[in-house]
Design a protein. Structure first.
Length: 97
């Protein structure tokens, strides 16, 4: 079994509508991973906030959002190449009972 994550990379302009789109993708990945509904919603909202924060900080730049799906967690990084100003979010996969 491979331990390499599944990776999705999105390249976006600083448009708030695109932040909502990232949130939708994060929600779908969280639901597919089996996270509880409340955790899915919170992770989605955190991803949207992170994108908006990056868009406001650098409105004229293009942005990259990296989504990594591991067996035990999901990771979202907004502007991974931005060094210390990159925004990283991680949530453990909690199976439904």
């Amino acid at each position: 079994m491979s331990t390499d994550p599944k990776r999705i990379e999105l390249r976006l302009d600083s448009d708030p509508r695109l932040a909502a789109g990232v949130g939708g993708v994060v929600r779908l990945l969280a639901e597919t991973a089996g996270m509880p509904d409340e955790v899915c919603k919170e992770f989605q909202e955190a991803a949207v906030r992170a994108c908006r924060q990056a868009f406001e900080a650098r409105p004229t730049d293009g942005h990259t959002v990296e989504l990594l799906v591991f067996g035990d967690r999901l990771e979202v990084t907004v502007d991974p190449g931005a060094g210390s100003s990159a925004i990283r979010l991680t949530r453990s996969v909690v199976p439904l009972r």
